[in-house]
Ligand binder design. Structure first.
Ligand code: FMN
Ligand code: SF4
Length: 407
């Protein structure tokens, strides 16, 4: 019997197996953040593939938290009927689903308008210089996360996952690199994690029993002066004490972006999309050399596992881990050795939504996703989520461009 295909109870929800579709931005919502037919098709297919639990791509909880056009929204009551359709489509297959709650903070495309953050630290990946949030605005955002969770519950979701990772707003508060405040919301590790803890407490109080409240937390920034593991573990301990339903491990932010989804860096796609055109030739060449060096020196498989092991020792909360996990044998071993309870898969299910069914049959099964990161770059540039391996990007650009900048 494969351990990955044993059931697991998350809060009061029974999962049929240990495989979780990790949150993956879809870039398929309409301009008001509403659910579209494309989103329904994507989630129907994922649910049909036999995965034990689905986490949606990040949905913005406040209009100023939308990082890119095409992002799913949960910032207004009018969005509930569409979200409810999405839940129904997935529940038809008896698959539970969590809505990921997100706010982009400073990781907002320049054409989206003013970006807000704990401190006005420029984002070198986009050139955006955010405005520092006022204390009253931070308190409003704690409420906005609670309101969004209540909407998710009304729409029928089995729970939510707070996005406290990948360099978005909640992570920006945790990190000493992006949070330079000296008031009650920054200056010490305790004050930096206050935003995450308060909004999580608010969500737990307002959603009540039987609703999954998970948190995906960054444990490292991979940036000088950034968040470190011991500080992140302390935050995990406090989340554990609040009684959350699950923790998922993440690392990296846009400025260190490669560390979020490690694999190849598709220079041809970056060139064809013109994403490096603004850089002087010398900088472009040094970027390419650095990128190749980083990609060749860092592990691309199972790269968040060491962090999961460290967090596991500190908390009792069920733990999810992903990050370059591709082989069923590895998934089984992670469960068997108690390194984590659930395995998250993002890019593998972009390429093969039906992968869980195949892995259930094949003892030595491996996902066919090659971590080429063409989808990562293209979704980031505003194209809808799908596997772009082998796609001619210059043709695609002419035919299919939504003309937007993505997550
Ligand atoms: C196209 C794309 C979009 C993503 N969007 C999100 C997101 O909205 N929220 C999030 O927490 N992680 C997001 N991630 C990160 C994944 O959930 C995951 O942590 C990462 O890709 C590593 O797992 P994998 O090797 O299974 O892909 C995204 C990754 C990709 C490739
Ligand atoms: S483009 Fe396809 S093969 Fe490449 S990382 Fe994305 S899903 Fe995997």
């Amino acid at each position: 019997m494969s351990s990955s295909f044993t059931p697991f109870r998350l809060n009061t929800t029974e999962l049929r197996n240990r495989l979780v579709r990790g949150s993956t931005a879809e870039c398929m919502a309409d301009s008001a953040g509403r659910v579209t037919g494309d989103l329904l098709r994507l989630y129907r297919r994922l649910a049909a593939g036999g995965v034990g639990l689905i986490v949606t791509g990040g949905a913005y909880v406040h209009p100023q938290g939308r990082g890119y056009e095409g992002c799913l929204g949960v910032h207004h009551d009018d969005l509930v009927p569409g979200l409810s359709e999405l839940v129904k489509a997935v529940h038809q297959r008896s698959t539970p689903i969590l809505l990921q709650l997100y706010h982009s903070g400073r990781q907002r495309r320049p054409d989206e308008g003013e970006a807000l953050a704990p401190s006005p630290v420029p984002d070198t990946s986009t050139g955006v210089v955010p405005r520092a949030l006022r204390a009253s605005e931070i308190e409003e955002l704690v409420e906005a996360f609670g309101d969004a969770a209540v909407r998710a519950r009304r729409a029928g979701f089995d729970g939510i996952q707070v996005c406290a990772c990948n360099g978005h707003l909640v992570h920006q508060f945790l990190s000493p690199y992006t949070n330079r405040r000296t008031d009650d919301w920054g200056g010490t590790p305790e004050k930096r994690r206050r935003f995450l803890l308060e909004l999580t407490r608010n969500i737990l109080e307002r959603t009540g029993d039987g609703f999954i409240v998970a948190v995906k937390i960054a444990v490292r920034d991979h940036i000088r002066g950034g968040l470190n593991l011991p500080e992140a573990i302390d935050a995990c301990r406090e989340l554990d004490a609040l009684g959350i339903s699950a923790l998922e491990i993440a690392a990296g932010m846009y400025e260190s972006g490669y560390f979020i989804a490690r694999g190849d860096i598709p220079m041809d796609v970056l060139r064809q999309l013109g994403l490096m055109d603004h850089l002087p030739t010398g900088t472009r060449i040094s970027h390419q050399i650095m990128a190749r060096l980083v990609a060749s020196l860092t592990p691309k498989r199972n790269y968040l596992l060491p962090y999961a092991r460290a967090v596991r020792k500190a908390v009792r909360t069920p733990l999810m881990v992903g990050g370059g996990i591709r082989k069923r044998e590895v998934m089984d071993r992670i469960i068997d050795t108690g390194q984590a309870d659930l395995i998250t898969l993002s890019r593998p299910l972009v390429r093969e939504p039906l992968l869980p069914e195949r892995l259930a049959r094949e003892e030595r099964g491996t996902a066919t996703c090659r971590s080429c990161n063409r989808c990562t770059i293209l979704v980031g540039a505003g194209y809808p989520l799908r596997c772009y391996a082998g796609t001619d990007v210059s043709r695609l650009r002419r035919q299919n461009r939504r003309g937007r900048q993505g997550p």
